[in-house]
Design a binder for this molecule. Sequence first.
Ligand code: AP5
Length: 186
Amino acid sequence: MRLVMLGAPGSGKGTQGARLAERLQVPHIASGDLLRAQVRDRTELGRLIAGCLDSGKLVPDEQVLDLVLPVVLAAAAGAGGYVLDGFPRSVAQAVKAESVLAESDAGVERVIFLAVPEPVLVERLLERAGAAGRSDDTPEVIGDRLRVFQAETRPLIDHYRARGLLLEVAADRPAEEITQAIVTIL
Ligand code: AP5
C-alpha cells in the first residue's frame, strides 16, 4: 500500500503514520524527520534549511524533493509501499512527485486526511512543547505553521479528492480509535 498522511501540524500524521506503517509492514517516511536529521548532522543542506524549520516556513521544493523522493522510490521498490508523512506539502510538490513516482509505478494510492479542530491542534502542540519540545513548538511558530498549512497544504485536499484518492477521518479522539477507523476504511 502506498499511503500519504495529510493534516495540519499536530493532527497526528506522525503518530498514525508510524502505527499504519507497522501494520502494513512498509517504511514510514516523515519529511520533517528527514529534514531535522540534516540539521542535527550539520550537513550543508542542514545549514541551509535550519531557518525554515525553526520558523515554520516550508523548505524550498527542490531541496525537499531531492531528499525525499529517492527514499520513497526505494521503499516502493524494496518493501512494496510506504506511508508518507508531511510530504507532499503543496500542490506544486504533489504534481512534481506524481510525475517522478508514476515512472516507477510508485504513485500514491490513498491519502488519509486527519481532520482535527484548530484549538485541539494548538493544545496538542503546546503540550508537546512542555514535554520533549521541538524548536518549532513555540506559540508564535505554531501560529505560523497553521497559517502555512491553510495557505499551502490545505489545497491538497481538493487536489486529491478530485483524483478520487482522499479518505477523511475524524482525528480528535484516542489514537487507537483513529488507527482502527483508518484500517477499516482502507
Ligand atoms: P513536520 O515534521 O512534518 O511537522 P508538522 O506538519 O508541523 O507536524 P507535527 O509533526 O507537529 O504533527 P503531526 O501531524 O505529525 O502530529 P504528531 O503525531 O507528531 O514539519 C516540520 C517542518 O519541516 C515544517 O514546518 C517545514 O519547515 C519542514 N517540512 C516538512 N516537510 C516539508 C515539505 N514536504 N516541504 C517543505 N517543508 C517541509 O502529534 C503531535 C502531538 O499530538 C504529539 O505530542 C502527539 O503525541 C499528540 N497526539 C497525536 N495524536 C493524538 C491523539 N489522537 N490524541 C491526543 N494527542 C495526540
